[in-house]
Design a protein around this ligand. Structure first.
Ligand code: PGA
Length: 251
């Protein structure tokens, strides 16, 4: 695992965007795994800036998002599809037909999960998967107790996640209680996993994910099993790491 600790959230977002842009330049038809939430927004701003100022092109890029709420239509402003369109896709030259977000509006969610897995496989697998982390250590919506071998399926959100995500809704009652999400196994299949975390609110989860045991209680800890996992952190998110000086020296 590479642990890259930057001074602040802006520097961490830039570092993360550079990992993505390096891949896009090297492999213009790369398959990107993308994430939603508050954390990746600054990283997406950087990618948009690189597109506008440096000619970074996403024309041949294929993308798969981690998850989508069940029962929220793609054109609903709380959907993750809407988030991606607003925060990234409409500002770059990606072909929207080449962007995928799980379909949380179907009657057959199990089939939708299998279909999503098949689409990822057909695209040749994910080259780089961007991840956030929940305060409970989740990656995508793989809440504590999720199988570390899980594939795309429906998960019930924990009370903590519902409260955390309520900031995007009018009230906590409006947050959908289930989501269609890539599994931990799906994520581990990506050729490079990049987890971006910022802020002191993530420090416990980051300590547990990097320096704790591998456990389904902290699904981000499964990244310890990945041959190429990179954590990009700001100093606050890294604040409880015991081996910080080693990580800085090993950069
Ligand atoms: P956040 O969400 O970026 O909004 O903190 C991260 C996550 O829950 O994965």
């Amino acid at each position: 695992m590479r642990i890259l600790i930057e001074s602040d959230a802006a520097a961490a977002a830039k570092c993360c965007a550079e990992l993505i842009s390096d891949l896009v330049r090297e492999k213009p038809d790369a398959v990107l795994g993308l994430a939603t939430g508050g954390t990746p927004v600054q990283c997406y701003h950087q990618l948009i800036r690189m597109h506008q100022e440096e000619g970074l092109s996403f024309r041949q890029i294929r993308s798969f998002n981690l998850d989508e709420y069940v029962g929220i239509a793609p054109d609903d402003e709380n959907s993750y599809r809407h988030f991606m369109n607003q925060q990234l896709f409409q500002h770059i030259d990606i072909d929207i037909a080449n962007t995928s977000v799980p379909n949380g509006m179907t009657d057959d969610l199990q089939a939708a999960g299998l279909e999503y897995e098949a689409q990822i496989a057909d695209a040749g697998g994910i080259d780089l998967q961007l991840l956030g982390i929940g305060r409970d250590g989740h990656i995508a919506f793989n809440e504590p107790g999720s199988s570390l071998a899980s594939r795309t399926r429906v998960k019930t959100l924990t009370d903590e996640t519902l409260r955390d995500n309520a900031r995007f809704f009018a009230s906590v009652q409006e947050v959908p209680t289930t989501a269609l999400t890539m599994g931990v196994g799906t994520i581990l299949d990506a050729r490079h996993c990049v987890l971006l975390a910022t802020g002191a609110g993530k420090a416990d989860a980051i300590r547990d994910a990097i320096e704790g045991p591998i456990t389904s209680q902290v699904t981000a800890s499964a990244l310890q099993l990945h041959p190429k996992a990179t954590f990009v952190l700001d100093a606050d998110a890294a604040g409880l790491l015991k081996r910080r000086s080693y990580y800085d020296r090993a950069r």
